[in-house]
Design a protein around this ligand. Structure first.
Ligand code: GDP
Ligand code: MG
Length: 437
């Protein structure tokens, strides 16, 4: 993953350093993203989709007040990478104490099943579950002793027998743990890649014989986009509940493997990030992307967008109730700055409304100042300006590099605009026949 990380970080710093985010920069950035992803073995269709999405969103998405196009682009890249990896919802284990849950691990040989079985057992044991392991692999000599050794290391009981049919072992093992009131049984299976048909047959027999609560496919990240084919093949013989992608540490094609799995619609529950028993993590696309891009400023920018979006929702709700908040004012000022002189705009309105004198005098300088002031306010202050007392004014003035006088002036204009808008909407209603009574 190091390479993808390095390449994506270059993209991020390019966006940050570009003098201007214009068509040319955008196209360059998109090319770099494509190269980075293709290098990580992400399939061409996924790569094209993600860059098309970015392009489209940059063009279409509204720039909220106080944000730059550069920040919008960073946010969109971040979100599209997360989407490529399955979105923001992370896997929630459905295992409950006192209720037996049987997990069957499948996957071809060498994918990391046995290691993952032990890692999973350790993961749940640490969370207070009573976990047992079953070795249903008796094709590979030493399979049982490998699992037993791991079980000993983590203090988890392992059930297994040499020279016995794997289905019989699984059934007996389940009985063994059931009697002892275990919460979770993890069954490790065999996987002979050379004889794929045979493996699939055995898996499908095993699934119908033991009816696991959950089947998990273990996939090796180093196979890159081939993961799609494997995921589909296993899904055909037994509905795959989730996928664990192993060996993500150091797998150059890891990004491709993850994207390919997501594309099949399967859920990635965990990822293996090392050989050690504790190197298993619940897969969380945002955390993963943060790690790729480097924790820090991209995340901070995205968080600011989220905070604004949340605020905007509240504002719309307030507006629906006929309230005009400071945030609406901020929004309109930002829009006005883009549109040109206020006078011109007002002249275009039907009915030839007169703006209050104070509003007309607001020049570009004032607008900038006001925006700075409002950006120093808390959410609560923006939505409920009546709470802004002298103490708050002082803090806001300091935060925005203005004076209390400026803050007061803004609040005064806000109140005037608010009452003006109230009047305006009453007038409008009067003009409409249905409301004239
Ligand atoms: P199985 O044949 O599917 O049971 O695979 P094993 O569990 O025996 O693992 C095969 C090899 O992959 C072993 O050498 C493991 O140590 C290694 N392995 C498994 N998971 C990971 C992982 O997340 N990271 C790394 N680096 N190696 C892993
Ligand atoms: Mg094994």
């Amino acid at each position: 993953m190091e390479n993808l990380k390095e390449k994506l970080r270059l993209v991020i710093s390019k966006i940050k350093r570009a003098p201007l985010i214009d068509e040319k920069t955008l196209n360059e950035v998109l090319k770099d993203i494509q190269r980075a992803l293709l290098y990580a073995d992400v399939s061409v269709d996924i790569v094209l989709r993600i860059t098309e999405n970015i392009k489209k969103r940059v063009k279409e998405e509204k720039l909220p007040p106080g944000f730059s196009k550069r920040e919008l682009l960073l946010k969109i890249v971040y979100e599209e990478l997360i989407n490529m990896l399955g979105g923001e919802t992370r896997y929630k284990p459905s295992i409950k104490k006192g209720q037996l849950h049987i997990v069957l691990l499948m996957g071809i040989e060498g994918s990391g099943k046995t290691t993952t079985a032990a890692k999973l057992a350790y993961f749940y044991k640490k969370r207070g579950f009573k976990v047992g392991l079953i070795c249903a692999d008796n094709y590979r000599p030493g399979a049982l002793s490998q699992l037993k050794q791991l079980g000993e290391q983590i203090g988890v009981e392992v059930y297994g027998e040499e020279n016995r049919d794997s289905i019989d072992i699984a059934i007996k093992g389940i009985e063994f743990f059931k009697k002892r009131r275990y919460d979770l049984i993890i069954i490790d299976t065999a996987g002979r890649h050379k004889d794929e048909k045979n493996l699939m047959d055995e898996m499908s027999k095993l699934v119908s014989a033991i009816k696991p609560d959950e089947t998990i496919l273990v996939l090796d990240a180093t196979i890159g986009r081939q993961a799609e084919k494997q995921a589909k093949a296993f899904n055909e013989i037994a509905k795959v509940g989730s996928i664990i992608v192993t060996k993500l540490d150091g797998a150059a094609r890891g990004g491709g493997a993850l994207a390919a799995v997501v594309k099949t619609g399967a859920k990635i529950s965990f990822i293996g990030v090392g050989e050690k028993i504790e190197e298993l993590e619940i897969f969380d696309p945002p955390t993963f992307v943060n790690r790729l891009l480097g924790f820090g400023d991209v995340k901070a920018i995205v968080d600011r967008f989220r905070a604004y979006e949340e605020l905007d929702k509240k504002r719309l709700r307030a507006m629906g109730k006929g309230d005009f908040t400071l945030l609406d004012l901020l929004d309109q000022l930002m829009a006005l700055r883009k549109m040109g002189p206020l006078r011109k705009l007002v002249e275009l309105l039907p009915g030839g409304y007169n703006l209050p004198a104070d509003f007309e005098r607001v020049g570009e300088e004032n607008i900038k100042k006001w925006i700075a002031i409002m950006q120093s306010m808390t959410k609560k202050e923006l939505l409920h300006p009546e709470i802004i007392n002298r103490e708050r004014m002082m803090r806001i003035a300091k935060g925005s590099g203005t004076s209390i006088h400026d803050v007061k002036a803004l609040l005064k204009s806000y109140r005037m605009t608010k009452s003006y808008i109230k009047k305006l909407s009453k007038q409008r209603f009067k003009k409409m026949p249905y409301f004239s009574k």
